[in-house]
Design a protein around this ligand. Structure first.
Ligand SMILES: Nc1ncnc2c1ncn2[C@@H]1O[C@H](COP(=O)(O)OP(=O)(O)OP(=O)(O)O)[C@@H](O)[C@H]1O
Ligand SMILES: [Mg+2]
Length: 269
């Protein structure tokens, strides 16, 4: 029996791991641009909407951004998909260090009070980040917009960052969401990687697990890029399968032949 692929390639962990450490995340030009825009939106307590296809790297880009925010200036509350408004607002309460009130009206007042208090007392603004926001019910999107209402002239105690698949952008164009749409300062689409970025992306993931950054030949990268259309999750899946296949065949380099076999195998008979 051959060694498992990690030992064969001398990797310190699983390749192309979702949990890649924030400092190892590959920072390509669009990601840096997005971070710049988000920083401006967050500083102004504005609404920003980031969309992109499945696996395009939205959550990862967000994680890289949030780890760099100054905790003395921002209270960041990250909420994944929740099916009910109560659950979402309870999570926000927990994020603000509160024990949530039972009744929804009380809960919303409680959140408003805490957000205002953080702002007036400590000059910390709250940033509410909702990932997979395309899944939120229309009523919840409306309630999130209502949360942004504060009785202050120039103050910006709450920023909102919505991240999700392209249907989110489409939904926000509907007339029922016009109020939220009008308050949205930044709209950004993450569309995936270019050919040369695909190569850098592979190198970054290999380096993150102490592997050989040159293990994929240029031709193998070409094939992976074309097949995955630059979508990072798809590229990662092809690359990991190719590493496993190369290890089974006991070849040290992932070349055109191995990557081609993987693509054929993914397509099925
Ligand atoms: N800049 C990056 N550097 C390193 N890895 C990345 C980067 N962007 C994406 N990835 C990898 O690609 C995979 C998919 O990324 P991510 O989960 O961020 O996509 P997503 O757009 O949020 O997908 P979904 O639509 O399913 O929520 C993850 O495993 C992640 O590790
Ligand atoms: Mg995601």
């Amino acid at each position: 029996m051959s060694k498992d692929y990690r030992s064969f390639f001398g990797l310190s962990g699983p390749a192309f791991n979702k949990q890649i450490p924030a400092e190892a995340i590959y920072r390509y030009p669009h990601l840096e641009e997005l971070h710049y825009y988000l920083a401006a939106a967050v500083a102004d307590g504005a609404v920003a909407v980031v969309t992109g296809p499945v696996g395009a790297g939205k959550s990862t880009a967000l994680r890289a951004f949030l780890t760099n925010l100054d905790p003395l200036r921002y209270v960041v509350i990250y909420v994944g998909y929740t099916s009910s408004d109560r659950a979402l607002f309870r999570e926000v309460a927990h994020g603000l260090g509160l024990s949530p009130s039972y009744l929804k009206g009380d809960l919303l007042n409680q959140l408003h009070g805490a957000i205002e208090h953080a702002w007036l007392g400590k000059q910390r603004s709250t940033l509410l980040v909702v990932d997979d926001a395309h899944l939120l019910a229309d009523s919840l999107l409306t309630e999130l917009r209502q949360m942004l209402n504060f009785q202050m002239d120039s103050a910006t105690p709450l920023g909102l960052l919505l991240v999700g698949q392209p249907t989110l952008a489409a939904r926000l164009k509907e007339s029922q969401h016009e109020a939220l749409s009008q308050r949205t300062l930044i709209r950004y689409t993450l569309a995936g990687l270019s050919r040369s970025e695909t190569s850098e992306y592979g190198r970054a993931h290999m380096l993150a697990v102490d592997g050989d950054p040159d293990v994929f030949t240029a031709e193998a990268v070409d094939l992976a890029f074309q097949q995955a259309k630059g979508i990072p999750r798809e590229i990662g899946n092809l690359c990991v399968y190719a590493l496993i296949r190369a290890a089974w065949q006991e070849v040290r380099s992932v070349d055109r032949k191995v990557m081609g076999e993987v693509i054929q195998a993914q397509k099925g008979p």
